[in-house]
Design a protein around this ligand. Structure first.
Ligand code: AP5
Ligand code: MG
Length: 214
């Protein structure tokens, strides 16, 4: 299965893509996670991405395409993948289809997780992440066992989850990523899934949609 999970900031892409990747035994590839790892490691890629991310803007297409091209060439991505947060612009979508065409394959499904804006803000501002294992919690809907993660790691808030930056990320999404809705609708590969309700419920909806695509 070669699937893309799209959706606005904090729609639940990471939560759903991680679970799908495990169930389908394909890698979960998140460009946001790759950029955050590069920032934490202090690499040149991290240096290039940091300012854009902290401002709620997109990292330039050529930088993003470079890391995705490299990642999709790994052995583990040859039989499938779940992409999370990529593509996010029309040039990225075109770049992805070129990469896949060069491998003689194409996307099976593009799933857009649809969540109303007030809920997105609640999900982003309530998110907490374990600094050790990366586990994602929500203070209200998926609370950690105490002040720390189950693994004992410290919980932190993502820098771009402040209300101001979330508003900026939403504006970026509307301007640059929402046009992909029409792009993939025309291609016939888009399925819109209601992202409200608990994560198990959303997961079941996505699995149902993917079942029709495989
Ligand atoms: P990225 O990391 O992709 O951020 P995002 O798209 O803004 O999405 P999030 O990771 O915030 O949310 P999510 O949809 O994964 O939701 P999650 O499952 O965590 O990108 C960050 C930045 O990197 C971008 O702003 C940009 O600068 C750069 N970047 C990344 N990709 C790029 C690209 N392709 N091109 C250019 N730049 C790029 O859930 C959120 C919270 O809600 C959690 O607390 C979770 O527990 C909770 N939750 C999840 N599901 C539910 C549910 N059903 N009910 C209640 N709570 C839920
Ligand atoms: Mg995410």
């Amino acid at each position: 299965m070669r699937a893309v999970l799209m959706g606005p900031p904090s729609a639940g892409k990471g939560t759903q893509a991680a679970r799908l990747g495990t169930e389908l035994k394909v890698p979960h590839i998140s460009t946001g996670d790759m950029f955050r790892a590069a920032i934490a490691a202090g690499t040149e890629l991290g240096r290039q991405a940091r300012g854009f991310m902290e401002a709620g803007k997109l990292v330039p297409d050529e930088v993003t395409m470079g890391i995705v091209r490299e990642r999709l060439a790994y052995e583990d991505a040859q039989s499938g993948f779940v992409l999370d947060g990529f593509p996010r612009t029309i040039p990225q979508a075109e770049g992805l289809s070129k990469i896949l065409a060069s491998q003689g394959v194409k996307l099976d499904a593009v799933v857009l997780i649809d969540v109303p804006e007030d809920e997105l803000i609640r999900r982003a501002t309530g998110r907490r992440i374990c600094q050790e294992c990366g586990r994602v919690y929500h203070v209200e809907w998926n609370p950690p066992p105490g002040d720390a993660c189950e693994c004992g790691g410290a919980l932190v808030q993502r820098k771009d989850d402040s209300p101001e930056t979330v508003t900026e990320r939403l504006a970026t999404y509307r301007a640059q990523t929402e046009p992909l809705r029409d792009y993939y609708s025309v291609e016939g590969s888009l399925a819109v899934v209601d992202g409200m309700g608990d994560p198990d419920e959303v997961h079941r909806r996505i699995v149902r949609v993917l079942g029709r695509c495989s």
